[in-house]
Every structure is written in C-alpha cells, then in structure tokens.
Design a protein around this ligand. Structure first.
Ligand code: ZN
Length: 288
C-alpha cells in the first residue's frame, strides 16, 4: 500500500528517505499555560482568532511517517482512541486519531517498524493502543527515553498530571523493550537526541537523507510546538525544567540553522513545516 494524497505534506530527503505529515486531530490547551512567562499583551494579537471561551488555543497533533530503505518509523501517536467522553470534552479533542488517519492515507499501521515519541504526555503517547486495548502498531518497537518512562510512572503529583498513568502502565513492558538512554540511531539516518527540558526524558528526532542534495529534517517535540516557540526563552508553563529548555532550544536551533534543517512543529495546525532563521538573540520560524 502506498501513501496517497491524504497526507498533509510530504518531502524526500534523499537516498530513498521520505517524510509525510499526518495530523491526528486537534485538542485545546490553556493559552496562558502554553505561553508561560510571556505576557498576554504580547501574544494577544495573533492568538485572538484562535482562543475559545475558556482562552484555550487549538493544538494540532502532528505525527510524522518516515520511510527509509531500512524501515518505517512513526514519530508521535497523538491522543488516540481511548479517551472517554468526559475527557474528550474536557480536552476539546476533535478529528481523526492516528490509526484511522494512517489508514486513510493508505498506510498500514502493522507495517510500522519503530514508533518514536518525543515524550509520554497524553497527547503524544495516547495512540499506542486501539480502542479494544490491543497494540496499534503490533510489529513496532516503541522508543522513548528510559528516564521518561521512569518519571511518567512515578508518583510526583505535578508530573503525574501530564501523563495518563493507567494507560501507560498497559504499555510499560512494550516500552521497556525499546528504552533509549541518551542519543541513539533507531535506523540508519533516524536518530533520537535526548533533550530534557519540557519533561525529564524529552527527546528530539532527527532524520537525515543520503546522497547528492541530501537534506535533514528535525522534530523537536514540545520544545518547538508553535511558531512562537522559535524564541528559546518562550517556554511553556508545562516545561518541568525551563532553564534546560532555554539552553537546549538555543543549541538545537543553532544546529538547525547551520544545517538548513527542515523543522516540523509538534502542535501547529496551519503552518507546521518550515525553517528557522536567526533573529537578534532568538530565532524566527518561517513556515513553507
Ligand atoms: Zn504536546
């Protein structure tokens, strides 16, 4: 089965590696918490058209399907299909979950070799199971940082609120088989880079093409969720280690500029693919 036009965007990186964007619905997230230390007066102008009655922004659930000669990698799984009616309403979750979205795009979830998640918050790891509790990607190794699993299943009250622990316990053994500790190449050209910052075990994913004209694509997870995230100092109030976020964003974004990397944002709905350029003491995200 080949991927068809139902994907939201697709590119070739060289050497037979392609990346397709599949959006797995949207949810709502408190705007003040997302913008963290940034005053309302600064973000009001561009956010106003998007805010709902509860001052929430609409966040896309961006997933990437990477096809390489060595195998297929899915990056992120969205919220999935197991949220009950009350939480679906509370989260403002709408749209098509990752498995039906992949199927619509002509892609068999059983053909995924690796699922890499930036971290295990409910809006990134929710799609690992089907509604009946079976594995959504039966052949896949699932890769998050070992440290992320440990914190996600721990008993810190603030941290636990961001994870769906009963759901994660159902996949903990599956996850343990694929633990990454630090940076690791998952398949030739597909590498996870441990970042921390947003969560203790947060990781970025970098995909490199090969051959003449080879290009690189990076997914920085929730360190770079919307265009405004291009300012390293604009970190969300959800970030557990904000100073780490500021430092690692500055470093990764500098590498993205130097390498002319294509960057895909984790929660931007309308303009999720672009490039970073330096802008005074920060960066600017320029959508394609
Ligand atoms: Zn998120």
């Amino acid at each position: 089965m080949g991927i068809n036009d139902a994907v939201h965007w697709r590119t070739e990186l060289g050497g037979g590696t392609t990346v397709a964007l599949v959006q797995a619905g949207t949810f709502r997230s408190d705007a003040g918490a997302l913008l963290g230390p940034v005053p309302f007066s600064l973000w009001r102008p561009w956010a106003e058209g998007e805010l709902d009655a509860n001052r929430r922004l609409r966040q896309a659930l961006n997933c990437l399907l990477v096809e390489t000669p060595a195998g297929r990698v899915l990056i992120e799984t969205g919220i999935g299909e197991r949220l009950d009616a009350k939480n679906t309403e509370m989260r403002g979750y709408e749209g098509t979950a990752i498995v039906p979205a992949l199927e619509t795009a002509g892609f068999d979830p059983a053909s995924v070799d690796v699922v890499a998640m930036s971290h295990l918050h409910f809006d990134h790891a929710g799609g690992l199971l089907r509604p009946d509790g079976t594995r959504a990607f039966p052949r896949a190794r699932i890769v998050a940082q070992r440290q992320e699993w440990e914190i996600a299943l721990g008993d810190n009250g603030r941290v636990a609120a961001s994870y769906d622990q009963p759901e994660l316990r159902l996949v903990a053994d599956w996850g343990a088989d694929g633990w990454a500790e630090g940076d690791r190449e998952l398949l030739p050209g597909v590498t996870v880079v441990r970042t921390g910052g947003h969560s203790a075990g947060h990781q970025a994913i970098v995909v490199r093409g090969t051959g003449p004209g080879a290009r690189t694509l990076a997914f920085f997870g929730d360190l770079c969720m919307r265009p405004w995230s291009a300012n390293p100092k604009w970190v969300t109030a959800f970030d557990d280690f904000p100073l780490d976020s500021v430092a690692v964003k500055g470093e990764l974004f500098r590498r993205a500029v130097e390498g002319d990397w294509t960057v895909v944002l984790s929660h931007e709905r309308l303009s999720p693919v672009g490039k970073l350029t330096p802008d005074r003491d920060r960066f600017r995200f320029n959508g394609l």
